[in-house]
Structures are given as C-alpha cells and as structure tokens.
Design a protein around this ligand. Structure first.
Ligand code: NAD
Length: 366
C-alpha cells in the first residue's frame, strides 16, 4: 500500500477539533497487522442508549477522509435513532481498504475490537458489509445485529429502509402537492443498489414515471427490467426534468453545484449525509423552493429493523409497523419547519435534539 503523504495524515489536534465541533464521545482506532485490519469506530452520543450503527468498508484515499466520514455518519445515527423514538445512541465504524480483505480472521478480529468496548458500540451491515460478515463478527461479540434470517436475524435491512423512504417521499408529496399520491410523478432514483431497487418497486406499483441512474450498468439494467424504469445517465442527472429526486447512492449530492440546477420540487432519498453542508444546503434548498425530506428521518427503516433484532425475538411485522411512523413524523417535521420558518432539516434536528435533552435530564433526575 502506498505511504500516505504527510499533509494527508490527520493530526490529533484536528481530530479533537472535529470531535468537539460535532460533540463526539469517543473515537477508537483499531489495527491488526496479520489480517491488515484498519478500522475506526466512532461513538457519537450514548444518552439514549448504547451506540448502534453499521460498518462501512471503503477504499478511502487517506485516513483523514475515513475519520471525517465515520464522525459524520455516527453523528447522523444519533439523530436517526432519536427522531425514530429508539433507545439507542449513534455510532458507526469504517473499515479502510478493499472488500477482498474481509476474511474470517479479519472480521473476527474486528469483532474482538467491538467486544472490547463492552457494549458501548453495536455494529451491523452497511456499504460493502453484508449479513454473512455479521455472522463472523458474532463469533467474537454479542454486540452485533443484522444477522441472516436463517440465523434468527432480521436479514438485509434494505427493504425496510426502502419502505420508510417511500413513505417519507409520500409525506413530502402530501406537503408539496396536497396529495400523497405519486402516480404520474417523474421520479429519478440515483443509485440502483439494495435500497434503490426496492424503492423502485414501491414506486412502480404506484404508477410513478420512474427513472434510474447508476454507475453500475448491470444493476441499473436489472432494476429497469423489473420495474419499467427508464435508464438515465448517472453523469448528468441534474439536467433531467423531474418532480422528485431520490438520492440513493453516495452522500454530499446536495451542494453548491447541484442545487441551483435541480429541476425537482422534492428531494427524498435514502443516502446518508445528502447535504454537503447541513446548514448552508438545507437553506439553499428552501430558497430554491425544493422540499427536502431529511435523510436521517426517512432512511431510518434499516436502523429500526436492526434495533428490533437486537432487542431479541425479531419480528419483521413489528419493524415495519415502527417504520410506518416515518410518514407522520415527516408531516410533523414539515409543519414545524413551516411554523418556525426553518428548513425541514433544522426542524428534524430540533426534534431529535429535544428528545435527547429530555431523556438525558430524566436519566439524571433519579
Ligand atoms: P448499495 O451499495 O447497495 O447501492 C448504492 C448504489 O449506488 C450502487 O449500485 C452504486 O453503483 C451506485 N452509485 C454509486 N455512486 C453513484 C453515482 N455517482 N451515481 C449513480 N449511482 C451511484 O447501497 P444501499 O444499501 O442501497 O444504500 C444506498 C444509500 O443509502 C447509501 O448512502 C447508504 O448509506 C444509505 N442507507 C442505506 C441503508 C440500508 O438499509 N441499506 C440504510 C440507511 C441508509
């Protein structure tokens, strides 16, 4: 592996500055030479309960990017859990490197690091980690969820994430158009992955005019074939006329370049951290007359699913029932945003922070 240039190496004072700004509790750097494991676990907030969040594996170009990612993602998990009414905090882990590194020994070593945290962090799958990987991790720690259905787990959480995102999109349509019907709406899904494909199925059943874009030609072709969606170029989505944009790939898609040229009325998708800069771009969307369904609220279905499993006696119907609340929570967030003259993102944050503050005070009082 190429040595990291000095200027790309994260400095400890810069890491502390980021933790201070985002109010993190703990950052754990894990290394195992025999397996090549390089993992970073971030625990953002444990006021509501132990931190829970998936493990993402990615070819980060440098450690600073990996730290930035895990800090942002774990913070998002805190708000996602809080606004969804779950008694867990926010955490996340990243594995640095190629997914081909994921041997049994590699994953079990990672499981031991999780075990060493004594339950302060619970893991699950995320990008480039699957339910089968969780089985290896579970050999070393009980602080893991998202196990295969054949092992009594909840299996892949993506269908529940997609269902919640679909309901969040319907709530946004209700707010923007006065009806939550998506029939005839031109909806573009960016990312035909696990969530994107299930979202496309819901939308196709509702007779939306569906478009899908993905950098992976095979995936996008499969989704188009099964749902009747039109394939559009992943490189030029902003130029395409649409009513609703559903980012279901990478974060940071709502930024200075994209927002001014977006033609949609609504942004409602499953990707985490869609706003490149939360404050700036939530406001910019408002100024452009685009209704934004906060990502951490509408993509919470997967977290709801793995949380249900972690509590024991997993029942998919219970997870789905809980995910259905996303619709009403979205409407309440949109109403709060309107009455306070703030963005839906700020309104959702306000609600999430209030619950953490209230429960924190409750726990301190006895
Ligand atoms: P995935 O890896 O299965 O799918 C992502 C897809 O996006 C891939 O097909 C990839 O080729 C495509 N993609 C990447 N860059 C792209 C680009 N520039 N343009 C178009 N397509 C691009 O991931 P997923 O599980 O479907 O998750 C999608 C997003 O939703 C991620 O941001 C993830 O963090 C978030 N999310 C997922 C879940 C879940 O349950 N899976 C839960 C909450 C949030």
């Amino acid at each position: 592996m190429a040595a990291i240039k000095t200027e790309e190496k994260p400095k400890i004072n810069e890491i502390y500055a980021q933790m201070e700004e985002m109010e993190h509790e703990q950052l754990v750097i894990c290394y195992d030479k025999p397996t090549g494991l390089k993992a970073i676990i971030a625990i953002h907030n444990t006021v509501l309960g132990p931190s829970l969040g998936g493990t993402r594996m990615w070819h980060y170009t440098n450690e600073a990017d990996a730290i930035k990612d895990v800090l942002r993602l774990s913070r998002g998990m805190t708000f996602k859990a809080s606004i969804s009414g779950l008694n867990i905090g926010g955490g996340k882990a990243v594995l640095i490197g190629d997914p081909s590194l994921k041997t049994e020994a590699y994953l079990r070593r990672f499981g031991r690091f999780i075990e060493s945290l004594g339950g302060r962090y619970i893991t699950a799958e995320d990008m480039n980690t699957q339910t089968a990987d969780m089985e290896y991790i579970a050999m070393e720690t009980k602080h893991v969820t998202g196990l295969p259905e054949s092992k009594g787990g909840g299996g892949d959480p993506s269908p529940v994430t997609a269902y919640g995102t679909y309901l969040g999109m319907k709530a946004a349509a209700k707010k923007a158009y006065g009806s939550d019907s998506l029939k005839g709406k031109r909806i573009l899904i960016q990312g035909a992955g696990q969530v994107g494909k299930h979202l496309a199925e819901h939308l196709s059943k509702e007779d939306a005019i569906l478009m899908v874009a993905d950098i992976n030609a095979n995936r996008v072709a499969k989704v188009a074939a099964s749902t009747g969606a039109k394939v559009v170029s992943a490189a030029s989505i902003q130029d395409i006329p649409m009513d609703i944009f559903a980012p279901c790939a990478m974060g940071g898609q709502l930024n200075d370049q994209t927002i001014p040229v977006l033609t949609c009325d609504i942004v409602a998708g499953a990707a985490n951290n869609q706003l490149d800069n939360e404050q700036v771009h939530a406001r910019m969307l408002m100024e452009h007359g685009i209704l934004y369904a906060p990502d951490f609220l509408i993509n919470a279905g997967g977290l709801i699913n793995v949380y249900q499993e972690y509590q024991g006696n997993y029942k998919k119907s219970l997870a789905i029932e809980k995910a259905e609340k996303i619709y009403d929570t979205c409407l309440a967030v949109f109403d709060l945003a309107t009455s306070e003259g703030i963005s839906p993102h700020e309104a959702a944050l306000q609600k999430a922070l209030k619950r953490i503050k209230d429960i924190g005070q409750l726990k301190m009082s006895w």
